[in-house]
Design a protein around this ligand. Structure first.
Ligand SMILES: [Zn+2]
Length: 464
């Protein structure tokens, strides 16, 4: 039975083979003599192999013609001395249009002058270094034949990614024609799971994670830990991020949406969220605690403490009394930032304090900055964390240039060096945004669990 069946199959294949041969032979009549006799004598399998092999037999004359055409073209090009050089370079920090054109080999003074004065070309260098190359075609005389580049996005345009392309070509009148095109891009979400072996950046790039996403990752966790230093072999990084696409092709990275770091038993997570009506978003823990520190650890981090908080012999009055703050050593004119968001309660001169600023902060906290040389804020003004409010000095009852800094919690004086244990760790969600936060970040949290690659969806869902 088996043999009969095989024989039928073989017969069928030979008929199919014959039909194919007819097609092949009609198309290539000169091959007829070469293979037809032997093919019919071969087994079906062998015949198939032969049919498939046939198109590989090259007509030699055609190959020779192709080579001749190429050589002729090159000879003509050399004779005309009309060589075109394809050049490419990156926009560097503080580049000028002239420097950029020089690196591209454009030396034609008219082109350098025209493009240097063109606002669209200047936009190419005004935003600083860009990750996409500028490409140009230049001839041996240093004349520009073509230039194409991606223009940097205007700042704040992240929500609607647009591909802006710059094109420069010679126009009929001999000048250069500059044009820009804008096309909306699509956004695609990508998940990545990275196992750290050596340096974090190496591990990320080996996993195909774009460098700007890696930079965002480091920045998001910077208030808690420096990932570039603390991650060790075997630590896990899971990421959810956007890629912007044009015609289905990924052209640039977008925003880091969520990240999870598992390092030596500690899991840290962050999700991105923009509250309604807010142009910019921020990163939060899945429970809604801001990743950014709401309070600086000190108005002058790293400055030497010259006099601590508590009872002391007053250096000017000569009697024991309470030192209500901490004195930081600082040269006159050192910028003083507010340690947290708040509202200026007092800004002016007050007896022994000299020039002093008092700031009320949400949660019943107050900070005081005294002996200033100058004041940059007014009473009633809102200030943000890190905002310059004044400069250090030696005004009021003071024995030398320094900053006297006080911290009050619920109306009570507290040692400013213990401030961190009283104030909120992260910037909290805006009031009334909790429900919106959970709704908006639900998908990201699920995707993060997928990226982390385990049954963590349940754990994440319960983390709220
Ligand atoms: Zn003091």
């Amino acid at each position: 039975m088996v043999d009969v069946s095989r024989a039928k199959t073989a017969a069928l294949q030979v008929r199919q083979l014959s039909a194919e041969w007819l097609v092949t032979l009609r198309a290539h009549p000169r091959r007829l003599a070469a293979g037809v006799g032997s093919a019919l004598l071969l087994s079906s399998a062998g015949a198939y192999a032969l049919v498939e092999a046939q198109p590989q037999l090259p007509p030699r004359a055609n190959v020779a013609t192709v080579i001749d055409a190429g050589v002729q073209g090159q000879t003509a090009a050399i004779a005309d001395a009309d060589l075109h050089y394809a050049q490419s370079t990156m926009v560097r920090r503080q580049d000028t249009v002239q420097q950029l054109l020089r690196r591209l080999g454009v030396t034609d003074p008219a082109a350098v002058k025209q493009l240097g004065a063109d606002a669209r070309v200047r936009a190419l260098v005004s935003a600083g270094a860009t990750p996409e190359p500028v490409r140009a075609l230049v001839n041996a005389q240093g004349e520009l034949l073509q230039l194409s580049a991606t223009l940097p996005l205007p700042s704040g345009a992240e929500a609607t990614p647009v591909w802006r392309e710059l094109q420069v070509r010679p126009a009929a009148d001999g000048a250069l024609e500059v044009s820009t095109t804008e096309r909306p891009m699509q956004t695609r979400t990508r998940l990545a799971s990275v196992s750290v072996r050596g340096a974090l950046t190496t591990a990320l790039s080996q996993s195909g994670v774009p460098a700007p996403i890696g930079a965002q990752l480091v920045k998001v966790f910077a208030p808690q830990t420096d990932l570039r230093r603390t991650l060790r072999k075997g630590d896990q990084v899971a990421l959810v991020y956007e890629m912007q696409t044009l015609d289905g092709r990924e052209v640039r990275s977008g925003r880091l949406l969520a990240a999870e770091i598992r390092s030596r038993g500690i899991t840290r997570q962050a999700v991105w969220f923009a509250s309604s009506g807010s142009a910019s978003g921020a990163y939060y823990t899945p429970a809604g605690q801001g990743m950014e520190k709401a309070w600086a650890s000190s108005p002058l981090p790293g400055a030497r403490v010259t006099s601590p908080f508590g009872m002391r012999l007053h250096p000017v009055k000569g009697r024991r009394e309470m030192h209500e703050g901490v004195d930081f050593s600082a040269h006159i004119g050192t910028p003083v930032p507010s340690v947290a968001d708040g509202r200026v309660k007092f800004a002016g001169v007050q007896s022994g304090y000299g020039n002093v600023i008092k700031i009320d902060h949400p949660g019943g906290f107050e900070t005081v900055y005294a002996h200033l040389s100058s004041i940059a804020v007014k009473p009633g003004q809102t200030v943000s964390e890190g905002q310059l409010i004044g400069k250090t000095g030696n005004s009021g009852t003071s024995t030398g240039p320094h900053l006297h800094f006080e911290f009050h919690a619920a109306g009570r004086l507290v040692d400013p060096l213990r401030m961190a244990s009283y104030v909120p760790q992260g910037r909290p969600l805006p009031p009334g945004e909790k429900a919106a936060f959970y709704a908006a970040t639900a998908v990201m949290r699920t995707q993060l669990a997928q990226a982390a690659g385990s049954g963590d969806a349940i754990r994440l869902a319960r983390a709220d």
